[in-house]
Write a protein that binds this ligand. Structure first.
Ligand code: G3I
Length: 335
């Protein structure tokens, strides 16, 4: 079997996200698959603020250290995810006793957090998702969050500034979902321009790429790749997967695995759509520097628990038995 990282070696880095600690998260067979197929790894959860600093000044780096050791040992391009997010962020950042913390106090804590975490993995982590999902999905510009409320509009600029200070050599990414959608894309461009005007370094825009079967917005994805690249950013596809189960409405409450007869046509359509996506990515290989799947195989996908828990989903290129699926063969043009 051809390896994805070799097949796309002259195009972009090829990776997957998983969580520390190994071996709880990846058994030896899964590790072997990972190392055979991928050359970049993203920390799925273990570097999120709630995991590394659950209480002020109490850092819990054990899981992330294990993952960083794995990356170092195997010379993987490791991506840190994430320094600032509205989710997985403990309340203590924003509290001063019973009161809301002042802007100065929250900024001091954000700087201390970023310096501690980025500083610890200097030389091992090659790029950081500095800020994740700060653009609003509705008519607003920035997503309402404690960060926005306590610091104000410049919280994103401050985070990028602190990350640059902590490691001037690490790549700095802005990461979001649906940012190929023209409305969200334009708000993202507004944010990126304001960061540039504020003198902040941003190296890459991450398009998460959580897609739904038969609803992949190919045209928007291509436009977004071209537009972000034209603005001077590397484009990274950072959390790719392609859900095959019903996503909204009562049908989304699906707890029984699909039968082989139900699944077969879905996997064929998935294969075609993945192939089309990768031929688009390849066409724009001069703009795209990395493509990362959100998890190495179907059995480890977050999609088994979203939007409802206990699903048996099939969003990736390898199945639960670690076998390549039709989508793998379609993407690599092999059989
Ligand atoms: O580890 C605990 C376990 O001890 C506990 O028994 C169990 C009970 O629910 O929870 C486990 O933690 C879960 C964790 O994933 C590890 O599996 C959390 O509840 C669950 O909320 C967490 O979900 C993660 C989610 O982000 C929220 O942080 C997903 O794994 C992770 O794939 C997902 O990743 C996000 C990206 O960061 C940003 N983009 C979207 C993407 C998908 O939602």
């Amino acid at each position: 079997m051809v390896a994805l990282k070799d097949f796309f070696a002259s195009d972009f880095l090829l990776g997957a996200a998983f969580d520390g600690p190994i071996p709880d998260r990846l058994n030896p067979a899964e590790q072997a698959l990972f190392l055979q197929q991928f050359n970049t790894l993203t920390a799925e959860n273990c570097l999120k603020p709630g995991r590394v600093q659950p209480e002020e000044g109490r850092f819990t780096f054990q899981d992330a250290d294990t993952l960083a050791d794995f990356a170092r040992t195997h010379h993987l391009h490791m991506v840190g995810h994430t320094l600032l997010w509205h989710n997985n962020c403990p309340e203590w950042f924003f509290k001063d006793g019973e009161k809301q913390a002042s802007r100065e106090l929250v900024l001091k804590r954000l700087r201390a957090h970023i310096h501690a975490v980025v500083g610890r993995y200097k030389g091992t982590i090659a790029g950081w998702d500095v800020c994740n999902e700060v653009i609003a999905d509705n008519e607003k510009y920035l997503r309402p969050s404690h960060w926005l409320e306590t610091i104000g509009d410049d919280f994103v600029a401050q985070a990028f500034r602190f990350a640059h200070e902590a490691d001037p050599n690490v790549l700095l990414h802005y990461n979001d979902y649906d940012n190929e959608n023209p409305i969200k894309r334009d708000k993202t461009l507004r944010l990126l321009r304001s960061l540039r005007e504020a003198g902040c370094r941003v190296d890459a825009v991450g398009l998460q790429g959580h897609f739904l079967l038969d609803k992949v917005p190919f045209g928007d994805v291509e436009d977004a790749i071209e537009i972000y690249a034209r603005e001077g950013y590397q484009v990274m596809i950072t959390e790719l997967d392609l859900d095959v189960l019903p996503f909204v409405g009562p049908e989304a409450e699906i707890t029984q695995p699909l039968s082989p007869e139900q699944l077969a046509p879905l996997l064929l359509r998935q294969a075609e759509q993945y192939a089309k996506l990768f031929s688009l990515f390849r066409k724009h290989r001069d703009k795209i520097t990395r493509v990362t799947f959100w998890n190495p195989h179907d059995g480890r996908s977050w999609r088994n628990n979203w939007p409802t828990k206990g699903r048996t989903n099939h969003p990736l290129l390898f199945d639960r038995e670690l076998r390549p699926k039709a989508a793998f063969y379609a993407v690599t043009g092999s059989s």
